[in-house]
Design a protein around this ligand. Structure first.
Ligand SMILES: [Zn+2]
Length: 277
């Protein structure tokens, strides 16, 4: 906005100019008055122009700010898209499943199963019965050496929640010791027979109970196609598949399940990967 002195100056020069050029005017007073009026009209016009200029400038700035904001919004959308894409990529990690075997080791079937798993590069989890370890120590050692998880399934396949705490502890600790003697490790995970965990037992034996979400019923049907049907009806990311390495059909079914899961893009992991203690 022009300052007051600038306005005064403009009026003065306008009047002076008009006065000089229009000397022929005979009535200076009347002329002065009309000159002042003209000057005022001129100033009004100037004000209008100024207002117009300011408006146009403001509008242009608004457009430019808008453009900048729009650009920022587009950039943000791009960024969000990239982040979403990265998120999708993270979600593209393969689904996981764990093959778990109870009631072993079996001198006949467990080595066959271990051979098949080794051929496929698959790691599994074995929940051993303490009473099956004597005489099969080499098999337990092999499980450990080949990267499988070894867990506890009690010594005598007992239903823990029907026992006194002392008896239950004994069943668990005796099996842990047998595993330690054979493979040099103390198991951290245990599968309670019949899925019957004794309340708060984990507090006194410091073991993590592991259950399952797909029961193949292999021990009951001893039928490969039935096991496959159950597994592939119920399969999902994070599946813990329950089987028993004490039947010929269970070994065949387990290896067929492994092949098909690998084909379907599953990653077969030991069960500790799927358990959040
Ligand atoms: Zn069992």
């Amino acid at each position: 906005m022009p300052s007051v002195s600038l306005r005064k100056r403009t009026v003065f020069f306008y009047i002076f100019f008009s006065y000089t050029v229009k000397k022929e005017r005979k009535d200076p007073d009347a002329y002065f008055e009309s000159a002042v009026q003209e000057a005022e009209i001129y100033m009004e016009k100037k004000k209008l122009w100024l207002a117009l200029t300011v408006t146009v400038t403001v509008l242009l700035s608004a457009v430019s700010v808008g453009k900048e904001k729009w650009k920022q919004a587009v950039a943000r959308t791009e960024k969000q898209r990239t982040e979403e894409k990265m998120q999708t990529t993270a979600d593209d990690t393969p689904p996981l499943a764990a093959l778990t075997f109870d009631d072993g080791p079996s001198a006949v079937y467990t080595p066959k199963l271990l051979d098949g798993l080794k051929e496929r590069g698959v790691k599994a989890s074995f929940f051993l019965l303490g009473r099956n370890i004597p005489g099969n120590e080499e098999i337990v050692k092999r499980m450990q050496k080949e990267g499988h998880l070894i867990g506890n399934h009690t010594y005598n396949h007992v239903q823990l929640n029907t026992l006194s705490e002392t008896r239950a502890r004994e069943e668990i600790l005796k099996t842990n010791n047998a595993i330690y003697e054979a493979a040099g490790i103390y198991p951290q995970y245990m599968r309670p027979p019949f899925g019957a965990w004794k309340k708060n037992m984990e507090l006194c034996v410091e073991m993590i109970p592991v259950f399952w979400n797909i029961d193949t019923m292999d021990w009951k049907t001893q039928d490969v196609s039935s096991v496959l049907e159950i597994v592939f009806t119920e399969i999902k990311d994070g599946a813990i598949i329950l089987m028993h390495d004490e039947y010929e059909e269970s070994v065949a079914a387990a290896l067929a399940v492994a092949d098909r899961l690998l084909e379907d893009g599953y990653q077969l992991v030991t069960v500790d990967r799927l358990i959040v203690p």
